[in-house]
Design a protein around this ligand. Structure first.
Ligand code: DAH
Length: 333
């Protein structure tokens, strides 16, 4: 094969190389230490000086041309390899994301939110008070004197070295609010309360929802109507029967406990209520001859357990996400 033909064939082989490995093998085959072009250079020594010069220039030109062709082809193959990598490793952002745990709203939070919303629609504002409360507000101002048995019934947590307690009920918010806001007023006071008690229906920290209405001419009929409507709405049963059972609370007179008729006609207690005691009104600077009112206090956990069929109050506070997946609510529901 003539030199020109050989040269053409080598250039074609370079062009035909499909990847960088084949191209590099070809480079070694042509320009390597024992490569075909290198071998030709080695034959120059046997030639006469005149001939050697001309042949040498010719072979070196071929060598340069081949080296250049290999270099160009290499640049091209590298660019193609990069392009195909970019193509293959492309992230398809149109794919749906993997399912993620979204978290749930605790059934107790849901119940408190729902109840607050319900009462806000009939004109109740929302007030709060501190968890650490003076005995004056937690007991005395609510007409529970120091040696009254009702104080002992509360299983109170006392704060060491002070006159304060962890509030045993939300009722002190009645005093705080009425001392700062003049009636007529309707308000709700949901919040945390504390008693030293622990079993399937009691935890040392729990929640109550206090409700108060004080206006001129309020009577027990208003109290009954409000609570009957509320229970029928909350338990989603428009025919639910309620029983107002006479009871005693130092801060209401008369007082009642409310039972709802539950499955197979069992009566279940759900809250305490009554007409606000005149002494309590006076303790807040409200004239009992002008204003009358009613109040109620309900256990938020108890209402939630009844509504959603949860039978151990301690499960509310276990922090078990499997439980929350089962009983919790999505943000929209
Ligand atoms: N504070 C009472 C308790 O914790 C509940 C209660 C009963 C609140 C009657 C009231 C009420 O406002 O009128 O046992």
């Amino acid at each position: 094969m003539s030199q020109t033909n050989l040269q053409q064939e080598w250039l074609q082989q370079i062009q035909a190389s499909e990847d960088l490995t084949i191209l590099d093998d070809l480079r070694v085959h042509l320009l390597g230490k024992n490569g075909l072009v290198t071998q030709q250079l080695k034959t120059l020594g046997a030639l006469a000086p005149e001939e050697r010069k001309a042949k040498g220039a010719e072979i070196n030109a071929i060598k340069d041309q081949i080296a250049l062709a290999i270099e160009e082809k290499k640049t091209l193959l590298e660019a193609q390899a990069l392009e195909s990598r970019l193509d293959n490793e492309k992230i398809d952002i149109t794919l749906p994301s993997r399912p993620e745990s979204m978290g749930k709203i605790h059934p107790l939070s849901k119940a408190i939110q729902d109840i607050t919303q319900y009462f806000s629609q009939v004109g109740f504002q929302v007030f709060d008070g501190p968890h650490i409360e003076s005995q004056e507000l937690n007991f005395d101002a609510l007409n529970i004197p120091a040696h009254h048995p009702a104080r002992q019934n509360h299983d109170t947590f006392y704060v060491a070295g002070s006159d304060e307690v962890l509030r045993t009920h939300t009722s002190p918010v009645q005093i705080r609010t009425l001392r700062n806001h003049k009636p007529p007023i309707r308000f709700l006071a949901p919040g945390r309360t504390f008693r030293s008690d622990y079993d399937a229906t009691h935890t040392p920290m729990f929640h109550q929802i206090e409700g108060v209405v004080i206006e001129e001419g309020i009577n027990f009929g208003h109290l009954k109507g409000t609570l009957i409507d509320f229970c029928r709405w909350f338990f989603e049963n428009p025919n639910m029967n309620l029983r107002f059972r006479p009871s005693f609370f130092p801060f209401t007179e008369p007082s009642a406990e409310v039972d709802i008729s539950w499955k197979n006609d069992k009566w279940l207690e759900v809250l305490g209520c009554g007409m606000i005691h005149p002494t309590v009104l006076q303790n807040c600077g409200v004239d009992p001859n002008q204003f009358q009112g009613f109040a109620f206090g309900m256990g938020a956990e108890r209402l939630t357990m009844l509504k959603y069929g949860i039978n151990d109050i301690r499960s509310f506070y276990d922090g078990d996400t499997r439980w929350l997946d089962l009983y919790g609510f999505g943000a929209q529901s």
